[in-house]
Design a protein around this ligand. Structure first.
Ligand code: HEM
Length: 474
């Protein structure tokens, strides 16, 4: 009887192995039949890296889309890649099949920001961190800090008054201060703020340098400053623990969070996420603000419409003597369209990177495991099929909502930007104070674009700004 059972178990076990083997072979046979997308892999190892980085990247992508279609292969920075320029393909990678594509960043950048930052992760850890970040950036806490955002905006504009300033630099100061406000609330000691700013600036400078970790290189200096940032953050957390108050800001939410087993995040995990959020928030928002100031300058008719809308609110607020209300920020219809059109035109996040975690089939093409995949947001935003006359700056096009998946300035799916509402509020508050109180002139106007790494107008848009006297406001 025992022998009989053993025999049955053995047969079941062998059948199971046979089933697995056949399934694997079937999958392999299926993927062997698929072809790679069309495209050119360039020179051995360097691929097409030089072509991409020595020319305008928009021309690189559009010329290949013309030649090969909306799905094509290339080889960049030592990695084989598949580029995707259609809304369906972007949705496939970012939303419906997101589990087959993990986020991927160069190791040097991961080390600099901190490997525990949420955007390097997939799965449970990512979800947990994302929930914390998202709840600190949801409308309720944002409504509470609206007066503080106004104070920051007023102070940046006052410092600029009467001078020529690089817009991008001024906007970086603004978005950094708002980032600090979200993370530490209004309660950060001035000395800590100074130290954080000083070291963060060094990290920022080294972030896009060559990753050579030798003394005196920008990368090495940045890594040293990054270690100091961790120490400062640990000190701040220690002080809060001693006081017995974590705080209701983003830092406090991270310090208080526990998983099902009651485990808390480590100081290292919290520090990596604080630096991660600062990084994600600063240059993105600053680039968009810089473009908006340029567009308002270059398109006087649009400026006039925005100013008329904002002056109504200014007058209702007793010539700016009363603070902006949350309801007012929700009522800025024309200004909101200008923001959407600026996000589309500038498309500052031109594309994003993922990596296939398995062989994937997309529309009869093979995306092999380990290959990078890049949804090309900018090309979708500049496709005349979805946006008529795409190179025209025309905010009125947003009177009608764009077709699904054709407008993704904040990405899409599980890694979509949790800071979009904060960015919107920052931009609205800046526009309100700028157009109701100031005039500005671009110094040496030009349509050239620089990449830092996000696209910004040439030299960061030098601008002379001055306050309008009360008599001259209409
Ligand atoms: C106009 C300004 C901004 C733009 C255009 C922008 C754009 C984006 C995009 C396209 C992504 C998705 C990247 C991907 O899928 O690979 C993203 C992710 C992210 N953004 Fe933003 N962002 C902006 C402002 C902000 C702000 C103000 C914050 C925070 C205060 C922020 C925090 C983040 C974070 C933490 C992620 C990663 C989310 C995740 O991986 O789950 N962003 N952003």
């Amino acid at each position: 009887m025992v022998i009989c059972y053993r025999l049955i178990y053995t047969i079941i076990f062998i059948s199971f192995l046979f089933f697995l083997f056949m399934r694997k072979n079937h999958r392999r046979a299926k993927y062997n039949q698929l072809r790679l997308p069309p495209g050119y892999m360039g020179w051995p190892y360097v691929g097409e890296t030089l072509q991409l980085y020595s020319h305008n990247p928009n021309l690189f992508f559009s010329s290949r889309i013309k030649r090969y279609g909306e799905v094509f292969k290339t080889h960049i920075l030592g990695c084989p890649c598949v580029m995707l320029a259609s809304p369906e393909a972007a949705r496939f990678v970012l939303v419906t099949h997101a589990h087959l594509f993990k986020p991927t960043y160069p190791k040097s950048k991961e080390r600099m920001i901190g490997p525990w930052a949420l955007f390097f992760h997939q799965g449970d850890y990512h979800l947990k961190l994302r929930k914390i970040v998202q709840s600190s950036l949801s409308p309720e806490p944002l409504r509470a800090i609206l007066p503080d955002i106004e104070l920051i905006v007023r102070s940046v504009l006052q410092d600029w008054d009467g001078q020529v300033e690089t817009t991008f630099h001024a906007m970086k100061r603004l978005s950094f201060d708002v980032g600090i406000l979200i993370i530490f609330g209004g309660q950060l000691d001035d000395q800590y703020k100074k130290e954080l700013k000083k070291n963060y600036l060094i990290v920022d400078k080294g972030y896009n340098s060559f990753a050579i970790n030798l003394p005196r290189t920008p990368y090495h200096k940045a890594m040293q400053a990054r270690k100091r940032l961790s120490c400062i953050l640990s000190e701040i957390m220690e002080q809060r623990r001693k006081k017995g108050e974590s705080g209701s800001d983003l830092l406090g939410s991270m310090m208080d969070s526990k998983d099902e087993d009651g485990c808390k995040l480590s100081d290292e995990q919290i520090a990596d996420n604080v630096i991660g959020v600062l990084f994600a928030a600063q240059d993105t928002t600053a680039s968009v603000l810089t473009w908006i100031i340029k567009y308002l300058h270059d398109y006087p008719k649009v400026h006039k419409l925005v100013k008329a809308e904002q002056m109504e609110i200014y007058k209702a607020n007793e010539c700016g003597n009363k603070p902006l209300t949350w309801a007012q920020t929700r009522s800025m219809t024309i200004t909101n369209r200008v923001i959407l059109e600026s996000l589309r035109m500038a498309s500052i996040i031109s594309f994003t990177f993922r990596e296939a975690v398995a062989d994937v089939e997309y529309k009869g093409y093979l995306i092999p495991k380990g290959w990078k995949v890049m949804p090309l947001f900018r090309n979708i935003h500049h496709n005349s099929e979805f946006f008529q006359d795409p190179e025209e700056f025309d905010p009125s096009r947003f009177k009608v909502a764009p077709k699904p998946n054709t407008f993704m300035p904040f990405g899409s799916g599980v890694h979509a930007c949790p800071g979009n509402e904060l960015a919107r509020i920052e931009i609205l508050v800046l526009i309100y104070h700028l157009v109701t109180n100031y005039r500005w002139e671009v110094v040496g106007s030009s349509n050239e674009v620089e990449y830092s790494p996000f696209p910004v107008p040439k030299q960061g848009l030098p601008v002379k700004l001055w306050r309008i006297s009360d008599d001259n406001k209409q």
